[in-house]
Unconditional design. Structure first.
Lengths: 233, 155
C-alpha cells in the first residue's frame, strides 16, 4: 500500500455500511485502498465529513442535441406528446423536426456545453447522448456531439449515439447517413422500431450475428463498423 | 440486455418494477432537457430518481436503494462502462454527496459536494488546489466555474 496517494478521501460513509467511516485512497485514477484511518498522505486531501461517497452518476439516455430547444417551440408539441397514451407522439416528433431546419452550429454547441457542464456539477460523469440522423439534421448532430465528446474527455465521458429519430427505413437516404455516422465515429446506433411502416422493415436493420462474423471475415472489416459500436433499439 | 426508462418525460414507459422483479437490469435516464418533450431537466440524476420514486411508487427503503442503483451501477452496466463501483481496483469515478445516506440524498437531490472524474484534476496542472477541508469545497467549485468559463469563452 502506498503511503502517498494522489487523492485521499477521509471519513467517507459507504452504502450498506452506515456505522463506520472509511478512507479512500486513489492513485492514477484507481481506487487502491479502502479502510478506516489510513495512515497516509496525499496530494489532495478531501474530508467527506461523514457524508456518503458512492460511484458517480450515469445517464444512459439523453437527447443532448435537442437541449434547450424548447424556447424555439410552441405548446402544441408538448400537448401532443403527453396526450393520452402518447398516441400523438408522432405529431410531436414531426413538430420537433421543424427545429432541425433551424439547426445552427453556434447555438447548438453552446447549449450542449451548458448541459454537459451542468451534468459535471451534479456528479454525472457518463452520458449516452443521442443525436438525430435524418434528412433534415443529416450528420450535423452527430458531428456536434463528437466534438463535445472530445472537449469533455476526462470530465464527462460521452458516448455518441446516432439515432434514426424519424425512421431508419421509412425515410429514404437515412440508411446511408446512419452508416456514415458510424464511420465518422459514433459509438452507438439507435433506432425507433414503432415508427417504421412494417415489422419486416424493423427486422431488415438487424443482421444475425453469425452473418456479421462471416461478413467481417469476407470483407475484412469488424462485425460492426468499429468494435466500439453497440446497437441499441 | 438492459432497459432504460424515463418515466418523468411521458405517460407511456417501461414497467420498471415488474422488470426489476424478474431480474432485468433496469436503469433511469434524463431523456430530455428543456425540449419539445419535457420542459425541465438539469442532468441531475438524483432529481430523475426522485421523480421516478413518485411516478413508479417506489418508496420503501429497499426501493430507494434500487432507485439509487438505477442511476449509478445499473446505468453504467447499460452503457457498458466497466467497473463502476466503489471497490478496490475500480476506476475512481466517485461523488462525495451532501448527505449521509440514500434517503437524504434523494430527498434533497442537491449537487454533490464533490464529483471526481479524477482526470479532471490531472488536466489542471499548476492550478493551485487547496486540499484543506475548510476551503476544499469552494476550491473545487471555483475550478469547475473557471473551467466552464474557459470553455464558453474559447469555443
Amino acid at each position: 500500500m502506498p503511503n502517498l496517494f494522489d487523492i485521499l478521501i477521509r471519513r467517507a460513509r459507504l452504502r450498506g455500511n452506515p456505522e463506520s467511516l472509511v478512507d479512500i485512497g486513489i492513485v492514477g485514477g484507481q481506487i487502491l485502498s479502502l479502510e478506516e484511518n489510513l495512515a497516509a498522505d496525499a496530494g489532495m486531501l478531501i474530508d467527506a465529513q461523514g457524508n456518503m461517497v458512492t460511484g458517480s452518476f450515469v445517464n444512459p439516455h439523453l437527447h443532448l442535441r435537442k437541449v434547450y430547444t424548447r424556447e424555439m417551440m410552441d405548446d402544441e408539441a408538448l400537448t401532443d406528446y403527453h396526450a393520452e397514451g402518447m398516441g400523438k407522439a408522432m405529431t410531436t416528433i414531426e413538430l420537433a423536426g421543424r427545429i432541425k431546419e433551424k439547426y445552427d452550429e453556434a447555438w447548438i454547441m453552446r447549449n450542449v456545453r451548458k448541459a454537459v457542464a451542468q451534468a459535471a456539477i451534479y456528479g454525472n460523469t457518463h452520458i449516452r447522448a443521442l443525436a438525430d440522423v435524418d434528412g433534415k439534421a443529416r450528420l450535423e448532430g452527430v458531428k456536434a456531439l463528437i466534438r463535445a465528446r472530445e472537449e469533455f474527455k476526462g470530465i464527462v465521458e460521452i458516448q455518441v449515439c446516432a439515432f434514426a429519430q424519424d425512421g431508419w427505413v421509412r425515410e429514404l437516404g437515412v440508411d446511408k447517413l446512419m452508416r456514415q455516422a458510424m464511420e465518422i465515429g459514433s459509438d452507438v446506433v439507435a433506432g425507433i422500431p414503432w415508427i417504421e411502416y412494417t415489422e419486416a422493415d424493423v427486422r431488415s436493420r438487424i443482421t444475425p450475428a453469425p452473418w456479421l462474423c462471416i461478413r467481417s471475415l469476407i470483407f475484412r472489416r469488424s462485425p460492426l463498423c468499429s468494435s466500439r459500436q453497440r446497437w441499441q433499439l | 440486455m438492459a432497459v432504460v426508462s424515463d418515466p418523468h418525460t411521458g405517460p407511456l414507459h417501461a414497467r420498471v418494477k415488474e422488470l426489476w422483479a424478474e431480474g432485468v437490469t433496469v436503469c433511469l435516464g434524463q431523456d430530455d432537457v428543456s425540449d419539445a418533450c419535457y420542459p425541465f431537466g438539469r442532468n441531475n440524476m438524483l432529481e430523475v430518481a426522485f421523480l421516478a420514486a413518485h411516478l413508479l411508487w417506489m418508496t420503501t427503503n429497499r426501493e430507494l436503494e434500487t432507485l439509487y442503483d438505477m442511476i449509478t451501477l445499473n446505468a453504467a452496466q447499460a452503457m457498458n462502462v466497466k467497473d463502476h463501483q466503489l471497490i478496490v481496483g475500480a476506476s475512481a469515478n466517485l461523488v462525495v454527496l451532501n448527505a449521509p445516506n440514500v434517503l437524504e440524498a434523494l430527498r434533497e437531490h442537491t449537487a454533490p459536494l464533490m464529483s471526481s472524474p479524477v482526470e479532471f484534476w490531472l488536466i489542471a496542472p499548476g492550478w493551485s488546489l487547496s486540499p484543506k477541508p475548510e476551503n476544499g469545497n469552494s476550491s473545487w467549485r471555483w475550478l469547475i466555474c473557471f473551467w466552464i468559463v474557459k470553455v464558453f469563452m474559447d469555443p
